[in-house]
Design a protein around this ligand. Structure first.
Ligand code: 6PG
Length: 257
């Protein structure tokens, strides 16, 4: 499996050094995207792992260095809870980053979870189609995490959305959590110019090894669906989460100590 993937895996001694490298990568991709296309379109992920990155981007030097005015923010998935709920991914990013930087509110596109799930998905897809116009809907940078069950975004094992080849955004009922979520489809995620997985903590070691080295079984490990058609895929992993992939050849994995 690993031989078919074009994953660029970097292992960091601590999660702090992982965040620092991720912030630098975000800035580099932002500058390159603005030079090439006049804007930087980022798709944020939710959950706990990216919180340290968002907080770092809100502080010096990124607070002043980053080209926020040419930056446009979308989300890769959202929980169908109120926009001011602590579980809401946009609310989390708002509190940790977006309200602390000079980013025009018109550049921020939260998933409209005030609508019923199916309508919210259709509305978000319409928003993206208006934004990208006739261009291929390629995010310049799309952040992702992985769950212990192998999900990414809200692409959960055994759900129909895993097989979606036409839609860009779909609603999904997550039985284990007894809640609806809205997610970008793998079909859209794989059009990104750059995908960056952030993975931290010992609890992710087993599933990370499976995703990267086991045979292709996306129904069980949806994160395996993420293989950008033309873009790069980076895995920024701390040492605890990398515990079971340290034996990978150096061609596939490098250390950043
Ligand atoms: C979400 C995320 C989800 C997350 C993983 C990892 O909305 O929860 O988009 O896909 O990235 O569940 O979450 P942690 O970073 O909290 O482990």
């Amino acid at each position: 499996m690993i031989m078919k993937r074009k994953d660029k895996i970097t292992v960091f001694k601590t999660v702090e050094t992982l965040y620092d490298a991720a912030a630098k990568l975000c800035l580099a991709i932002a500058e390159k995207s603005i030079l090439a296309r006049g804007r930087f379109v980022i798709c944020l992920s939710g959950g706990d792992t990216p919180k340290g990155l968002y907080s770092l981007l809100a502080t010096h030097p990124y607070h002043d260095l980053f080209p926020w005015k040419d930056t446009y923010v979308f989300w890769g998935d959202e929980r169908c809870v109120p926009l001011t709920d602590n579980q809401n991914n946009a609310y989390m990013a708002q509190k940790l980053l977006l309200e602390k930087i000079d980013l025009p509110s018109t550049n921020i596109f939260p998933i409209p979870v005030n609508l019923p799930p199916a309508e919210a998905a259709l509305e978000y897809e319409k928003t993206m189609k208006l934004f990208f116009g006739t261009d291929t809907p390629s995010f310049d940078l799309l952040l992702l995490g992985i769950g212990n069950d192998g999900h990414t975004a809200s692409l959960f094992p055994g759900t129909e959305v895993l097989n979606e080849k036409r839609r860009w955004v779909k609603e999904v009922y997550v039985t284990e959590q007894q809640m609806y979520r809205i997610t970008l489809t793998a079909h859209l995620i794989n059009k990104a110019h750059h995908v960056l997985f952030l993975v931290s903590g010992a609890s992710k070691a087993e599933v990370l090894q499976t995703i990267l080295t086991a045979p292709f079984q996306p129904e069980k490990y949806p994160a395996q669906l993420i293989q950008p058609e033309h873009g790069d895929i980076y895995w920024y992993v701390d040492l605890e989460a990398a515990a079971k992939i340290l034996n990978l050849s150096n061609r596939l994995r490098k250390y950043h100590f």
